[in-house]
Design a protein around this ligand. Structure first.
Ligand code: COA
Length: 331
């Protein structure tokens, strides 16, 4: 059975840097509050008119180039986002069009911050089964156009940023490398803990002027509840992946956790007893870019030389849904 190797990675973040100070001009907040509670110093926002598909294209071309491939080599696109360019169809088909890949299937994943890990699991199953040999896996997010940047929305607005990350996955017969296993979970009992209530397909009309006035089209979150679950579920998912492969924490070389909050990352690191060098953190630069976070961090880690052939890498995510999961990869 073939294994799934990560043959190339890429990312794109918009040029526009939005610092904590910039946010103080829009809402009642401060650099001290944001840095102390979240570790975030700045994030990127798209310029007017830039689509998620455009960002995804830039990240994808970088990943394809790193893999020594071109769009025509790709058998399928798997794309995660919680902020699609349009309600329908999904952003995957717009990316496919941008890359000139007519005919190739494009699958959108709705798993929020866990979308890249969910997508890796789906792509890995396609490759192991022999259905596809080369898959473009992308996470992309435009948060800035959908957040409430007034004081009312400050708990969320300071956290999120825009960006895209991509990985080219290829089938390999080499049994010593590639994705070892993936582990996915969800608990819909907590769906309203971090959600976007409207517009809603189950309401008629889907959204009203009153709802917009009340800000119910913006994401809302119970931050404390999200925090509490994240710091338990993420280490648990890492341990689950290690146990499934007869490995222990001591075997890990690098962990790339979803970047929701520096304090969450630090608690995960402490619970697992890992050093700073073993845990990737880039939240200070980008905030939480949801589905794009892990592939951006992975692409940066590769370029910083933090992964060598044979290293054991764990990706772990937690987010809205709640959804969470992990993937163990032999680099
Ligand atoms: C959002 C989060 C940083 C808030 O930190 P916290 O320590 O829980 O802060 P609280 O919610 O208790 O708020 C403390 C106070 O700060 C205020 N506050 C909230 N956002 C603020 C901001 N951006 N600037 C200044 N003050 C803010 C609150 O209104 C509250 O004021 P009050 O005490 O007068 O009511 C934290 O809960 C968190 O990171 N949760 C996880 C979020 C997450 O990871 N989401 C994505 C999941 S993928």
């Amino acid at each position: 059975m073939p294994r799934t190797a990560i043959a190339g990675t890429g990312y794109y973040v918009p040029e526009r840097v939005v610092t904590n100070h910039d946010l103080t001009l829009l809402m009642a907040t401060s650099d001290e509050w944001i840095v102390e509670r979240t570790g975030i110093r700045e994030r990127r926002w798209v310029p007017e008119g830039m689509s998620g598909a455009e960002m995804a294209k830039r990240a994808s071309l970088m990943a394809l180039e790193a893999a020594g491939l071109v769009p025509a080599d790709v058998d399928a696109i798997v794309l995660g986002t919680l902020n699609p360019d349009h309600f329908a169809p999904g952003t995957g088909v717009f990316l496919q069009r941008e890359l000139g890949m007519a005919g190739v299937p494009a699958i959108d994943i709705r798993a929020q911050c866990s979308a890249f890990v969910y997508g890796l699991s789906i792509a890995d199953a396609f490759i192991r089964s022999g259905q596809y040999r080369t898959i473009l896996l992308v996470g992309v997010e435009i948060q800035s156009t959908g957040i409430d940047v007034s004081t009312r929305g400050r708990d969320i607005a300071v956290l999120f940023g825009d960006g895209a990350g991509a990985a080219v996955l290829t089938a390999t017969e080499d049994q010593d490398r590639g994705v070892l296993s993936t582990h996915l979970h969800a608990d819909g009992r907590f769906a309203e803990m971090l959600w976007v209530e409207f517009e809603s397909g189950k309401h008629h009309p889907r959204i009203t002027a009153d709802m917009i006035h009340e800000g119910r089209h913006f994401p809302s979150m119970n931050g404390k509840e999200v925090f509490k679950h994240a710091v338990v579920r993420m280490p648990e998912a890492v341990e689950e992946a290690l146990a499934a492969n007869g490995l222990g924490v001591g075997d890990l070389d690098l962990v790339i956790p979803h970047q929701a909050n520096l304090r969450i990352t630090q608690m995960v690191q402490r619970r697992l007893g890992l050093s700073d060098a073993q845990v990737v953190s880039n939240i200070h630069k980008y905030g939480n870019t949801t589905a794009a976070t892990i592939p951006i961090a992975l692409a940066e880690a590769v370029r910083e030389g933090r992964l060598e052939r044979g290293d054991l890498l764990c990706l772990v995510a937690f987010g809205s849904g709640f959804t969470w999961g992990s993937a163990l990869v032999r680099w």
